[in-house]
Design a protein around this ligand. Structure first.
Ligand SMILES: Nc1ncnc2c1ncn2[C@@H]1O[C@H](COP(=O)(O)OP(=O)(O)OP(=O)(O)O)[C@@H](O)[C@H]1O
Ligand SMILES: [Mg+2]
Length: 503
């Protein structure tokens, strides 16, 4: 019998970098992880692209590094989580991408979405996919790829999100697959049947045969091929989820009513609404949280989530660092913001790539209001972290109104959840308790749990929930006078940022 402790290696293929990490049951093993950043390409105003080969090289290098450290015999499975909506096309024969991947932040199809709205396509999109007609989602990006690049529409064509691309390469082209959490962000999936929608494929000119097979988020997708440098053959790939759904799973929000917010590049609030797809409401995102294969430890179930998607929160901290140069590292923003007791009347609306939930305005742009002769960099820093809490409240208020559910409390994670002042303000703004867990890398945890559940590393959801432990609890201040006054002023600042670009 083997005495090597078994772990799952999670591959977190994010927007700015790829991190692989070994996760052991029991939670207190030392962290074994590797990280590679990759290049962001901005070829035009509002365009964002990635080189899929560079992402693949980052996956392979970080995976090999982690496996070398834990030893190949310790790896029970691989789980994958990824930036969502980002899409690419590649050749099945050569595994070569047809050009770059178009990234979720990319706004190049804003006018196309306006046109579809004018044609009256919103009800079809909303009823089938649970989404809104926004360039954020993959379908209009795929349409753009297929019409602007010389891509032959034949049997050689593969289309997919980043999870599909990674599995394709890991399996040496043996599996072209995805999971419902990723597929539900393409605007091509019928989120009730969990199958690709023919009417939507027709609307966007997408050949359904080029799309990946949709399989349960927790279940075996394939095994690693023998062709990979530094990665042994035959490791099962048994979990896939988009990064935000993975974070919901990693936060152990398994019961309806449980919610999490991740403060990363942007912020994404997901509320578990159970196994029945709620009727889509205006401006709301309804999404598949995950599906668990019948043979997994919690077999044969689907979970849906309501989502609030905010495009810029942590990215505004990077802008303070790289664009304005008023801090030299992201970690300085918390202390700088905490050096003043309020923002001195300054509001920063970081609508750099338009606004997501609940406004859905691709033509909004960043706005700063309330500057006086006394405004300092500390006030700006404070306004940037306050914007995270205000934007989250706007999204949560809209979700609660649409779904008629009140969130009981909020679990938080992501890079900017390190800022205590922001989380206290979040608790105050929402009027709910905010809980930050000990292990904040919930995206990777979620991917590992999904894969580990399928391979028996964790026997049940209850065993996974037992791994969650709290670091800090933020309790809301009962007096809402200043909280609500600040929020009302914030909403006036948002109005100033709206519809800024003439179109
Ligand atoms: N100590 C900190 N205080 C405030 N903000 C921080 C801190 N550390 C990181 N950030 C911000 O958090 C973001 C990174 O967090 P995280 O790694 O969770 O992002 P992400 O969206 O998951 O990125 P990716 O998409 O590449 O995975 C950055 O935008 C950064 O500005
Ligand atoms: Mg991430």
């Amino acid at each position: 019998m083997s005495t090597v402790p078994r772990c799952v290696v999670a591959i977190d293929a994010g927007t700015t970098g790829v991190r692989s990490r070994a996760i052991f049951p029991g939670g207190n093993a030392p962290v074994v992880a590797a990280y590679r950043e990759f290049t962001q390409h901005y070829p035009d105003n509002g365009w964002v692209e990635h080189d899929a080969d560079e992402i693949w090289q980052a996956v392979l290098a970080t995976l090999a590094e982690v496996i070398a450290q834990v030893g190949p015999d310790a790896v029970a499975a691989i789980g994958i989580t990824n930036q969502r909506e980002t899409v690419l096309a590649w050749s099945r024969r050569t595994s070569t991408p047809f050009g770059t991947a178009i990234v979720w932040q990319d706004r190049r199809t804003a006018e196309r979405c306006d046109q579809l709205f004018a044609e009256g396509q919103l009800p079809l999109v909303r009823e089938t996919t649970g989404l809104v007609l926004d360039p954020y989602f993959s379908a209009s990006k795929i349409e753009w790829l297929l019409t602007h690049r010389d891509i032959p529409l034949d049997d050689d064509l593969a289309l997919g999100t980043i999870d599909s691309w990674i599995v394709w390469r890991l399996t040496g082209g043996a599996a072209h697959v995805t999971d419902p959490s990723n597929a539900s962000r393409t605007m091509l999936l019928d989120i009730r049947s969990l199958h690709w929608s023919q009417p939507l494929c027709d609307l966007f000119g997408v050949p359904m045969s080029a799309l990946p097979e949709v399989r349960p988020s927790s279940g075996r997708f394939g095994v690693t091929s023998a062709e990979l440098t530094g990665v042994p053959a035959g490791i099962p790939i048994s979990g896939i989820a988009g990064d935000q759904q993975a974070a919901l799973f990693g936060q152990a929000c398994f019961a309806p009513g449980m919610a999490k917010n991740t403060y990363g590049t942007g912020s994404f609030i997901l509320l578990n609404v159970g196994d029945t797809c709620p009727p889509p409401a205006e401006g709301m995102l309804t999404t598949v949280a995950w599906t668990l294969a019948a043979e997994s430890g919690a077999g044969g179930t689907v979970a849906y989530a309501l989502e609030g998607a905010i495009f810029v929160t942590g990215a505004a901290v990077q802008w303070l660092r790289d664009g304005l140069g008023i801090i030299s590292s992201a970690a300085e923003v918390g202390p700088l913001a905490a050096s003043v007791s309020d923002s001195g009347g300054v509001y920063v609306v970081p609508a750099f790539t338009g606004l997501g939930s609940p406004w859905w305005d691709p033509y909004a742009r960043g706005t700063i209001v309330g500057i006086t002769r006394g405004t300092t960099t500390a006030h700006l820093a404070r306004a940037v972290i306050e914007a995270m809490a205000y934007q989250t409240r706007d999204a949560v208020d809209a979700m609660s109104a649409a779904a008629g559910v009140q969130i009981a409390d909020l679990r938080v994670d992501g890079g900017a959840s390190a800022v205590d002042a922001m989380l206290q303000m979040q608790a105050d703004q929402l009027g709910v308790t905010v809980r930050r867990p000990a292990d904040q890398e919930t995206t990777a945890l979620g991917a590992a749990y999904l894969a580990g559940l399928a391979e028996g590393v964790w026997p049940s959801l209850a065993a996974i929930a037992d791994e969650w432990s709290v670091d800090t609890v933020f309790v809301p201040e009962p007096d809402r006078t200043f909280t609500d006054l600040g929020h009302a002023t914030w909403q006036r600042a948002v109005a100033c940022s709206r519809d800024w670009i003439m179109h």
